[in-house]
Design a protein. Sequence first.
Length: 177
Amino acid sequence: AFLIRQAMAGNIRSKLLVTIITVSVLVMLIFGSIANYITRRQTLADVGTLQQSSADSHGRALGDFLLQETNSLAILANQFSGEVTIANANYSGGPTAIQAQIDLLDKEWRAADEEGDDTSLLISSRLKNETAAELREYRNTLQENVEVFLTDKYGAIIASTNRTSDYYQADEEWWQS
């Protein structure tokens, strides 16, 4: 403000100098703002592209991992198709009678689980059979699989790597899916 008053009170040279400086400062501010806007916009676009690329890469890697796991589990499931067929054939009666049998075994399993009892005949028969041993070998090979078990077509456990909280799995959303 002091310089502007002095320039206005001064000669033409001072007035011209203040005008040139003022215009120069305004031009620099305008071009600086435009450059800042363009740089910010380009930086955001670059960051977005990098994030998209990273997400795509991670998505592909996760997809490949899940495909590998799915294939591995499909091979494992095919390996035990005979055991599942035998287990499915061991039931007698209609759907209501079969469900009643499973519910009774589930009740027995839950009671043993609450006591932490792996020696129960039902639980030990599912944890200590040849299929359970093969499932444990699979789990030890692919340690991402913390718990591995095999069920029949009704959702009852045939073999398991460890004691689960219940015997009947068909009431679980993941099993139904």
